[in-house]
Design a binder for this molecule. Structure first.
Ligand code: SF4
Length: 323
């Protein structure tokens, strides 16, 4: 079966049950995202609801999935209503929760319930985790090629890490493609960009953000949430792995990881990206409070390229930093 997901979750369970995980966010941005959002609006989704949710609605109906797993705790409260609408249209839905309190027992129970739902033994889940961890180790190397050796662009880093949420539905093929990318990237000459940028927040729905930075002399060397999707801590235990995953929990926990990485990657400035109508915009209050670097807050709404006003803001920000 093809199992759609509204965000990252323990894909080890889905792969171990011989099903195919499909992160609908990745499908949305690789297709005509604007058309998907417009279709949802035509079906009654309000204008002032985040474009990701509207896009996911259309993609869930369009992508031939057999079942949708919605993450109903630790991601987005809009997912509840999205699932109800999709269920009423005949799609089979189930749910997964990351407990807000990061309680180990609660999370373990949740992953076990998830495994029971797909009738897969715990040993099989752990065996699959080992196979996925081998790829995650290679993604750490890709990340080093980005921030240590300066051979991988911010956009390439984003693409590989963001697609590790489901390994494009075929982790063996993903690993083969990653191997050949790493071989090619290692032989590149190091880049010589002047400004090192951190990109915090949800992956952008805007297509040319990374290119715009590079055209203006900056380069993203830290993709915060995309790196989280790649589960970079390589914890031996699957429960610990999803306990260290910062995205579903509170912003203070996210900030602890961010501060370590900003220092390690010698970051000059930070972009905090949020989506219009998203509750995560409130997190900017604490990000600005605890991060002692210049921060530019960007907001994306519809899919597509950057508008001229935002481009100008980025340009002025980078000019100010260079000055
Ligand atoms: S960007 Fe925010 S509002 Fe949109 S789906 Fe993600 S969490 Fe929900």
């Amino acid at each position: 079966m093809k199992i759609g997901m509204t965000t990252s979750l323990p894909i080890e369970v889905i792969y171990a049950s011989n099903n195919i995980p499909i992160d609908l966010n990745n499908i949305l941005v690789s297709g005509d995202a604007d058309k998907s959002v417009a279709y949802a609006e035509k079906k009654g989704f309000p204008r002032n609801i985040c474009a990701w949710i509207k896009g996911l609605y259309s993609v869930a109906l369009d992508s031939g999935i057999d079942e949708l797993v919605g993450v109903v705790e630790g991601d987005c409260s809009n997912t509840h209503s999205l699932m109800s609408v999709l269920k009423s249209e005949g799609l089979r839905v189930s749910s997964f929760s990351f407990p807000y309190n990061r309680n180990r027992e609660d999370l373990k129970a949740e992953i076990e319930t998830f495994a029971r739902h797909y009738q897969v033994a715990w040993e099989e889940v752990l065996k699959t985790k080992s196979a996925l961890d081998r790829i995650r180790q290679k993604l750490i190397r890709l990340d080093e090629l980005t921030y240590l050796e300066n051979k991988v662009s911010g956009f390439e880093n984003h693409l590989w890490l963001v697609s590790s949420s489901d390994f494009n539905g075929d982790y063996r093929n993903y690993e083969r493609e990653l191997d050949s990318f790493l071989e090619e990237a290692q032989s590149r000459k190091a880049r010589n960009d002047s400004l090192r940028i951190a990109f915090l927040g949800v992956p952008p729905i805007i297509t040319d953000i990374y290119q715009t930075f590079e055209d203006l002399g900056g380069r993203v060397v830290f993709n915060e949430v995309q790196r989280q999707f790649s589960m970079p801590y390589l914890e031996r235990d699957i429960v610990d792995q999803y306990l260290r995953y910062t995205y579903p929990y509170d912003v203070e926990f996210r900030i602890q990881d961010i501060l370590i990485e900003l220092k390690k990657r010698r970051i000059d400035a930070v972009i905090s990206y949020t989506q219009s109508f998203c509750h995560r915009q409130i997190d900017n209050i604490l990000l600005k409070k605890y991060i002692d670097l210049p921060i530019l807050v960007l907001e994306g709404d519809r899919p597509g390229v950057l508008d001229e006003r935002t481009k100008l803001r980025i340009e002025s920000f980078l000019e100010m930093l260079e000055g």
